[in-house]
Design a protein around this ligand. Sequence first.
Ligand code: CP3
Length: 348
Amino acid sequence: MNFNESETENRKALLEVLDGRVPWRRPVWFMRQAGRYLPEYRQTRARAGSFLDLCYDPVLATEVTLQPLKRFDVDAAILFADILLLPQAMGAQLSFRQNEGPVLDVVDDAAAVRRLDADGAAARLTPVYETVAKLAAALPGHVALIGFCGAPWTVASYMVEGGGSAERLKARLAAMRAEPWLDALIDKIVAASIDYLERQVRAGAEAVQIFDTWAGDFGDGLREKYVFAPIARIVEGLKARGVEVPVIGFARGVGAAQEAFARATGVRAVGCETPMPVAAMRSLSDAVVVQGNLDPLLVMAGGAAMENAVRRLLALPKARHIFNLGHGFRPQTPVSHVERVMELVREE
Ligand code: CP3
């Protein structure tokens, strides 16, 4: 074993940066690093039967979480699951249809919200914690384990719309009209999410990411109410229970409000979407650790544009940056392009 290995084998670069320390190398991981762009994922998923069967099988979910680590020298593994397992555990029927994305029971009035069981939801997701425990036992010493949940606004929007929706008009109009049932729904998701993340951490997750895919839905005012406040309550709720792991907030699309988001919520790092200029990430990194923001479409395309974008990100201070994408990998991404990104990140 050479000096470098012995010194670093048990140091987790991701946790070092999140703790405000200088990491032994720039931490890197990718959103959707386990997924359909990997042939071995497609194979395991076929064996599982369906995406949800895969999520609820701790042996297979562990296997697919580890698949990207066998190919790429990343610094973190992210639990393989989905943000919609929690609403399902609250009582909303969920299915994934081929090429259609998720379909969920519609929750759009007070009676439907009342029927949801927030208190018992997290306790029903035992296979997820089993996966976390298996991963914690299997991971090499330098790889951090990330747990996650969806942010209340994003989860609520899927529930109100009954699945994916390009514009989320019904959910957004309910927010703008201050529908009391929407606030009650958000409250239930906040409570269930605190339980859910606490259980993931007790099972072995070392950091958690909160995915607010649709955080860009609002301007000032409603952004504080539906994006900042619910996430702040989750961060506080975890602290109040003595759950001290760092939280990464991915408030996709809030742009110039990222610093306000970090201050309002107390997250240790913010995930930046692709359109955020690297120069803006650099100034933001004085206030909070920044994660991102390579365009996943560039990784699909490969070539000079991808390589230039990677190099631009490598100019960010290593102690304040987690290399990642601005959103998850596309299924059509060539593995060789991901290998090239890793090569460039590691040769800095
Ligand atoms: O990042 C990871 O590797 C960890 C696992 C993970 C998945 N989904 C696996 C998945 C995570 C963290 C998520 C988060 C998630 N799920 C989000 C937030 C982040 C984002 O992408 O915006 C959202 C909005 C969802 C809901 C969801 N799940 C949708 C809309 C879809 C269908 C769209 C699609 O990409 O197919 C999913 C399915 C899903 N979640 C897949 C994977 C690997 C594809 C399922 C398959 O194998 O067919």
